[in-house]
Design a protein around this ligand. Sequence first.
Ligand SMILES: [Fe+2]
Ligand SMILES: [Fe+2]
Length: 278
Amino acid sequence: MTLFRLTQISDTHLARRLPKLTDNFDRIRNYLDATRPDLVVNSGDLGFDAPSSPDDLVFAKELHDALPVPCRYLPGNHDVGDNPTKVGPVPARAVNEADRQAFIAACGDDRWRFDAAGWCFIGLNSLVMNSGLASEAEQFDWLASELSTTEGRPVALFLHKPLFLDTPEDAELAASAIRYVPMPARLRLIEMLRVADVRLIASGHVHQRRDFTFDHIRHVWAPSTGFVIPDSLQERIGTKEVGLVEYRFQPNSFEVFHVKVPGQIDIDLDDLFGGKAG
Ligand SMILES: [Fe+2]
Ligand SMILES: [Fe+2]
């Protein structure tokens, strides 16, 4: 296969009690049916909040199983709990092994690697980083092993949280520490990636679309398929819209397409519960 078409969706936040999000997901399904990529990757927050409402993940998986294309999954903080950080408040639900195992039981492994079209694709669980859980060390060991077998092929990395806003050394701030892979795991990860030809780091989590290149690596932030977060709750650092990201990988090159799917509605988090949208 010399062309591999991958579509990234993220932050679907599905729940039976929130039909407006299901409506937006239905438009995604129709679009995937029309475009038929080789693979869909959901980069996390599949359910609205599975740790407090386990049926959200069950419902999300049911809808993904009904998609007409194969899917891979990575966990988000609303699937397995959140990272501890040095400077931010203690998460309401910290990442923990029980929630991680529930995710794996529903969606498959929380980290993966496969090769296609001359590329190596690696998915990571970004929530265990900085957690001290056994799976954090296991994942770093596993990553080192996988990176050692890329044999010069370009690497595309997928994970829920972006690494940073502008540079790897960005200071962690109390107000935004939970937005990025936390220190010190962030710098460890970046150092590890230097042994391979990493060209793309694709993330979700922020519910804003963003696309920039730093140190020869393209960083793509996929928006949520479901809803945007109002400016009163979150500063605007990218584009606030719902949608997805399409990639076309060929040996030694790739293209990125930012797509808002026909019929999708930019539901605001306030509208979701206030009944104003859709
Ligand atoms: Fe999210
Ligand atoms: Fe998230």
